[in-house]
Design a protein around this ligand. Structure first.
Ligand SMILES: *Cc1c(COP(=O)(O)O)cnc(C)c1O
Length: 377
């Protein structure tokens, strides 16, 4: 786009022009696998939908626009997007990862990719000295998640990007914050990754993953891998994510408002031992959150007195649905130890067993608080 539009405008327009053939305002769902050629190799820019599809292209340009990047790539899931990034590397290469990441990321790295000779070191990303100490001559990537799933701790993106050597890539899983709250490429990250299943899609109706980056050479390598490996999304799912993104900034405002109210309510509740939410003054990195984020997001975790109390609580809510996933308009509650993070349960990065995680939706906050109140009583 010619003008530097603001994010509220970009979420609606980035990558999306009225359809040149028909004038359709909404990006059509190009439900096609192939494209006619006038003579061998002569076509209108599309030859096969694993390589390129116009609906997917609109989504890829959209994520580039809203993440302050130049290029975007879409995948069939968030994990497929992460897997594509890791295929940049070769046996012996070393990767530094936060010790509090999404359980599926841990499983992909340690149980799948480690077999191919990639070496992972799990560090506390809130400790900059620990990140420095983990660097080796073979380090090629630092994989950040901020805020983390599910413990809501933050990594100082600018400080980590400034302190590493030039040949080390920084990738940020921005699923929890979304570009409405932080744009990692503006803090020095090389790649930003999303599970678009969550806040970008926003309506719990499609699974997908996205990458965005500034550098053309890096984009070309990843684009080659996207086509060579083939974990691409279908056009219908791309359409749904594009539609979801249109209300991202609006939704995030309400997610943030509701979550802060609920975090304060939980912090004052006698049955709750500890609340983890970057917007609370009690959060150990509240000051970094104020510097790095435009809002504190819709995710809250809290620790109950016992695993039994946590399990009881998550089974008693009526409005908060007991379910995995997050980032939709509806509120969800879960027990990470036995649900989303079960794949880490016996690992060094296991989550506390009395932890409860909320994905606070955009319903009326009083209804949400009343539901939590009755579930805790
Ligand atoms: C859900 C999630 C993923 C994985 O995305 P899928 O779309 O489920 O494959 C990765 N990172 C974070 C932080 C997530 O919440």
């Amino acid at each position: 786009m010619s003008q530097p539009y603001r994010l509220e405008t970009l979420v609606i327009h980035a990558g999306q022009e009225p359809d040149p053939a028909t004038g359709a305002i909404m990006t059509p769902i190009y439900q096609t696998s192939t494209y006619v050629q006038s003579s061998p190799g002569v076509h209108k820019g599309y030859d096969y939908s694993r390589s390129d599809n116009p609906t997917r292209k609109a989504l890829e340009d959209c994520i580039a626009g809203i993440e302050a990047g130049n290029y975007g790539l879409a995948f069939g899931s968030g994990l497929a997007a992460i897997d594509c990034v890791l295929r940049l590397f070769k046996p012996g290469d070393h990767i530094i990862v936060g010790n509090d990441v999404y359980g599926g990321t841990y499983r992909l790295f340690e149980r799948v990719l480690a077999k191919f000779g990639l070496k992972f070191t799990w560090v506390d990303l809130t400790d900059l000295a620990a990140v420095q100490a983990a660097l080796t001559p073979e380090t090629r990537l630092i994989w950040l998640e901020t805020p983390t799933n599910p413990l809501l701790s933050l990594a100082d993106m600018r400080a980590i990007a400034e302190n590493k050597a030039g040949n080390i890539l920084i990738a940020v899983d921005n699923t929890f914050a979304s570009p409405a709250l932080q744009q990692p490429l503006t803090f020095g990250a090389d790649i930003v990754m999303h599970s678009s299943t969550k806040y970008l899609g926003g309506h719990s109706d499609a699974v997908g993953g996205l990458l965005a980056m500034k550098d053309e050479a890096l984009f070309k390598e990843l684009k080659f891998l996207q086509n060579a490996v083939g974990a691409v999304p279908g056009p219908m799912d791309c359409f749904l994510v594009l539609r979801g993104i249109k209300t991202l900034t609006l939704r995030m405002e309400r997610h943030c408002y509701n979550a802060l109210e609920i975090a304060r309510f939980l912090e004052d509740h006698g049955a709750v031992r500890k609340v983890l939410y970057p917007g609370l003054e009690s959060h150990p990195q509240h000051e970094l959150a104020q510097r790095q984020m435009k809002g504190y997001g819709g995710m809250i975790s809290f620790i109950m007195e016992s695993p039994q109390a946590a399990q009881r609580m998550v089974s008693r809510t009526k409005l908060f649905a007991l379910a995995e996933s997050l980032g939709g308009v509806e509120s969800l509650i879960e027990h990470p130890y036995s649900m989303t993070h079960a794949s880490t349960a016996t690992s060094p990065i296991a989550v506390p067993d009395a932890l409860v995680r909320l994905s606070v939706g955009i319903e009326h906050v009083d209804d949400l608080m009343a539901d939590l109140q009755q579930a805790l009583s």
